[in-house]
Design a binder for this molecule. Structure first.
Ligand code: GLC
Ligand code: GLC
Length: 668
């Protein structure tokens, strides 16, 4: 007996007991038990494996049932889909390679492994970094030398011909893009990385498929079952109604969110590029089908899935169709199923939206880790203004996360920078958010007088004046400009800016994530315009091909000019990473701001168990000082040593930081 109306049953924190579905969940499981038994028998499943699965099912079933019931409980065929979903999970556990099951058993007892100070991440495109997956295996020593223990490979599955949005237009989740290798190569790489102590992260691009995915092709040939996998409309009536409340994500690609398909004589929902068709998750068949793809991907040896474009996965008329409560329910349902079938697998959310919304995806039951776009944008904001007021304000009430979760802190990634800070945070400091974003856009496109940055506009919206910024870390931090004008002082300043930002990303709490190439200070690559499949998307400017010649400069004792810059950036980056990994105070998420009374400084204290570390960073191009007394009070000591340079500081006098200097202070 279903007692309540599914609508409004849950809103995130309500437990299944509170939702009153405990009886229905139990009864459904009892009814499904013989089906599960038959499945195990048909596959001659090992008793121990059945038992382990059963224990986890018992732990998570009620919650899973409530989540699925909220999404699909009113469907005539709910019970059918429930059964399919359960059997899909059972099959995933049964087919899971034994080394991964070992990892599952291990991590169940060590759920916070990813919050360790030893975790340091890097992200790369396989072809741009090293041609293909086989070749990439040869770079494992390089990752180790740099200190990486987490590797995110940008999408590497089969894609449509031509423009494929950097791999995000997937035509088959079960085969690797032949230019990059095979599924076997991927499995092999994953296993080599595991041996080297490096966890592997891949995208789960689940908001949309490419227009040439098998499902989309069935839809195009008129199969209604597959047309229901997407949002397809015969005329403008519904699209027009939706458009009233939707934002445009890629306004230079196409106006609006729908694309006309000649063959079907219909409009298709396409939030991103016109060839990326949004999946219709109000259809439980889509949920189950993508669940299977998720299990397949993770079975290749993936530790963490990056959930792409999470904000957009649920649509509802009259809303902006971003960050809807059902999007959370949906991700939580995927997450519960991972707990049951692939328990070591974690989720990382990619929600590049308002900070209030970003944080809602982060919880042990949803995404355990998340990009930290607010910190990223505000670090760049502070670098432009030389002041940390907005950064500190935001950090003061936005850095905390629930226990057993972590931020992924980054400076640059394969995407653009959007100024997603909160307008009210800005207003509280007397900053007009609209004007400030205009300033930041001018600054980072090098149009503001005195700007050191060389960025490029991305998705400039002529109607709203909105734009985002593309560019590499080094080009945005001033190295490109400094080399252009041949100014030694400016080169020095740009290197310090890069290290300043890295020093914070590596110490503020969470997993630091480098976009590989950063460790060399790689500059913008304007040649992308020569490739027609890339020319229309300026994000390619900051996705340069790795230039391995740089590595040889390391051994070059007489390296000079540009060469020595590269070596210095690499060595400094390496040192920062090694130092982070030696400091237990940098584990976990705990971070308290330290008031310095100086608007150019950012200071915080990291405390983990009995370990403490104080970080002070100077965002000004002039020396800045902080009162030693403050340090003494916060750091509970009279003498401190900088873990990066071993320099000692007494607290009886002011502590002076050079332009863009960062100190990691330990009590001595
Ligand atoms: C994510 C990706 C981005 C891509 C978009 C559509 O935001 O990071 O690169 O364009 O999703 O898949
Ligand atoms: C995601 C983000 C958006 C980003 C885009 C890709 O949709 O929300 O900010 O720009 O992907 O660039």
């Amino acid at each position: 007996m279903i007692r309540s109306n599914p609508k409004g049953l849950r809103n995130g924190s309500i437990t299944p007991r509170a939702s009153g579905l405990s009886y229905e969940a139990d009864l459904s499981l009892k009814r499904l038990a013989p089906r599960l038994q038959a499945f195990w028998d048909a596959h001659d499943a090992d008793e121990e494996l059945r038992h382990e699965f059963g224990l986890r099912l018992a732990d998570h079933w009620e919650e899973l049932f409530a989540l699925l019931f909220e999404l699909y409980g009113t469907r005539y065929d709910f019970f059918f889909h429930l059964e399919q979903i359960l059997l899909t999970a059972a099959a995933a556990w049964l087919d899971r390679p034994e080394p991964l099951r070992e990892l599952d058993r291990h991590r169940i007892n060590e759920p916070d492994w990813f919050t360790s100070e030893k975790i340091v991440g890097g992200a790369l495109y396989v072809d741009l970094f090293s041609e293909n997956l086989g070749k990439l295996t040869e770079s494992i020593d390089y990752f180790k030398e740099l200190g990486l223990t987490y590797l995110h490979l940008m999408p590497l599955f089969a894609v449509r011909p031509g423009d494929n949005d950097g791999g995000y237009a997937i035509s088959n989740y079960r085969s690797v893009d032949p230019r990059l290798g095979t599924i076997e190569d991927l499995r092999n790489l994953a296993s080599e990385l595991r041996k080297a102590g490096i966890v592997l992260v891949l995208d789960f691009v689940f908001n949309h498929t490419s227009d040439d995915h098998e499902w989309a092709k069935h839809a195009q040939s008129g199969d209604p079952e597959y047309q229901n996998f997407y949002y397809i409309y015969p005329n403008r009536e519904l699209p027009d109604q939706y458009e009233r409340t939707l934002r445009e994500i890629f306004p230079t690609v196409r106006r609006g969110n729908f694309t006309w398909h000649d063959g079907m004589q219909s409009w298709v929902w396409t939030t991103f590029n016109s060839f990326q068709w949004d999946l219709n998750y109000s259809n439980p068949a889509v949920f189950r089908a993508m669940l299977e793809e998720m299990f397949f991907i993770s079975s290749t040896g993936i530790d963490i899935l990056r959930l792409d474009a999470v904000a957009f996965v649920w649509k509802q008329m009259g809303t902006n169709c971003e960050n809807l409560p059902q999007a959370h329910t949906l991700i939580q349902a995927f997450s519960r199923l991972a707990r049951i079938a692939t328990p070591s697998l974690l989720f990382k959310s990619e929600a590049i939206v308002h900070p209030d919304d970003v944080v809602k995806y982060v919880s042990p039951e949803e995404c355990q880790i998340s990009y930290n776009p607010t910190l990223m944008a505000l670090l760049w904001e502070s670098l432009a203004t030389r002041e940390t007021r907005l950064l500190c304000r935001s950090l003061s009430h936005r850095h905390k996360l629930p226990p057993h979760t972590a931020w992924v802190n980054y400076l640059r990634c394969h995407d653009d920078i959007g100024w997603t800070f909160d307008d009210a945070d800005a207003a509280a400091l007397g900053i007009n958010a609209y004007d400030h974003r205009q300033f930041l856009n001018l600054f980072y496109t090098g149009q503001f007088k005195g700007s050191f940055a060389r960025g490029v506009p991305f998705q400039e919206n002529v109607q709203t004046g909105d734009m985002r910024i593309a560019g590499t870390l080094a080009s945005l931090a001033g190295l490109e400009h400094a080399i252009e004008v041949g100014d030694e002082h400016e080169k020095e300043m740009s290197i310090r800016r890069m290290l300043l930002l890295q020093g914070i990303s590596l110490s503020i709490g969470g997993i630091p994530l480098l976009y590989l190439g950063e460790e060399w200070g790689m500059l913008n690559d304007y040649d992308f315009v020569k490739d027609p499949a890339k020319a229309g998307d300026t994000r390619w400017v900051h996705r340069p091909k790795m230039q391995w010649e740089f590595l040889h400069e390391l051994d070059d004792k007489i390296a000079s000019g540009d060469g020595s810059i590269r070596t210095r950036i690499f060595r400094s980056q390496q040192k920062l990473i090694a130092t982070r990994k030696s400091l237990p105070a940098l584990a976990g998420q705990n971070m308290e701001l330290v008031a310095t009374g100086n608007v150019h400084l950012l200071s915080f204290i990291r405390i983990h168990e009995s370990h403490r570390l104080i970080v002070i960073a100077n965002f000004s191009d002039q020396p800045q000082s902080v009162d030693g007394n403050r340090l003494r009070t916060v750091g509970l000591g009279r003498f401190f040593q900088d873990a990066l340079t071993d320099r000692e500081f007494g607290t009886s006098a002011d502590i002076v930081l050079e332009a863009y200097e960062t100190l990691w202070l330990l009590r001595v």
